[in-house]
Design a protein around this ligand. Structure first.
Ligand code: ADE
Length: 265
């Protein structure tokens, strides 16, 4: 899989040399190149921004350096003739990035990230790029960052770790938060008693069936408490009687394979 990142702060992406993603690059599991947008400017001052038409605060990124860089990157794309690489434009105005989008993007052969700064990139770039890219504005969440670089660090890590071989133990991908629509259960390690706090007995029992049941119950409790929005979209049609009982205790009834708050049903 290939990643290209375009930014006016290429050094911002240095952490992608480290840890599992850095190792995956060294091992050739993924290719990643960072491009300096300013190297695609033509003027002496290497200008990348200008004032917004219609007025308003801040500056807007000029279209031409983007067109130059994206043309070069598309020309070198490994995708087959007739298909297009995906251009991800980090923006608080995009669709929200989540684990299911990470899985979807991990299937792509070539992802290009366009890091906007200031008030964003001239909108015509996104329209123009649709000829050679599948263009997707993507938001990390409902808050505003100073630019797309931090969002790219997060997305490349979330997507890159799903590429086979990047994470040593693939089981850890299955059991983590969001992989089954629920938050992960709490984890403990030695010592079993620490500062008057004991690890739950069942985890020391060696009874794998009981442990799995206990963990699922904690996942449900934690998700209902911290992220009730995830319970609302959960498919509970294959839930066991015990799991449905936990939902009931948490204030939900099961209706047509969904958990609905009892006061709403
Ligand atoms: N750029 C600025 N804010 C952002 C956000 N919330 N997500 C992605 N990119 C951004």
């Amino acid at each position: 899989m290939r990643f290209d990142v375009v930014s006016i702060f290429p050094e911002y992406l240095a952490p992608l040399d480290l840890s599992l993603i850095g190792k995956a690059r060294t091992e050739g599991l993924l290719e990643l190149a960072v491009h300096d947008l300013r190297s695609y400017t033509q003027d002496r001052h290497r200008t990348v921004d200008d004032t917004p038409y219609g007025g308003g605060a801040g500056m807007v990124m000029k279209p031409e350096p983007w067109a130059q860089s994206l043309t070069d990157i598309a020309a070198a794309s490994p995708v087959a003739e007739g298909s297009r690489p995906t251009l991800i434009v980090p923006s608080p105005a995009g669709e929200v990035f989540n684990q299911s989008l990470a899985y979807e993007l991990a299937e792509e052969e070539h992802l290009v990230f366009a890091c906007g700064r200031y008030e964003g990139i001239d909108e015509r770039v996104l329209e123009w790029a649709a000829d050679s890219y599948i263009v997707r504005p993507v938001s990390l969440g409902d808050y505003v960052l100073n630019g797309g670089e931090v969002a790219v660090l997060a997305m490349v890590e979330a997507i890159g770790r799903l590429i086979p071989g990047v994470v040593g133990n693939p089981e850890s991908l299955i059991e983590e938060s969001h992989s089954d629509g629920l938050l992960e259960y709490p984890v403990y390690t030695k010592p079993s008693s620490w500062r008057e706090r004991d690890v739950p007995d069942v985890l020391l029992s060696g009874n794998h069936g009981k442990i799995a049941k206990f963990r699922k119950e904690l996942q449900l409790r934690r998700t209902a408490q911290r992220r009730p929005d995830l319970i609302d979209i959960l498919d509970v049609s294959n839930f066991s009687k015990t799991e449905k009982n936990v939902l009931w205790e948490l204030g939900y009834a099961v209706v047509n394979g969904r958990a609905v708050r009892r006061e709403d049903s």
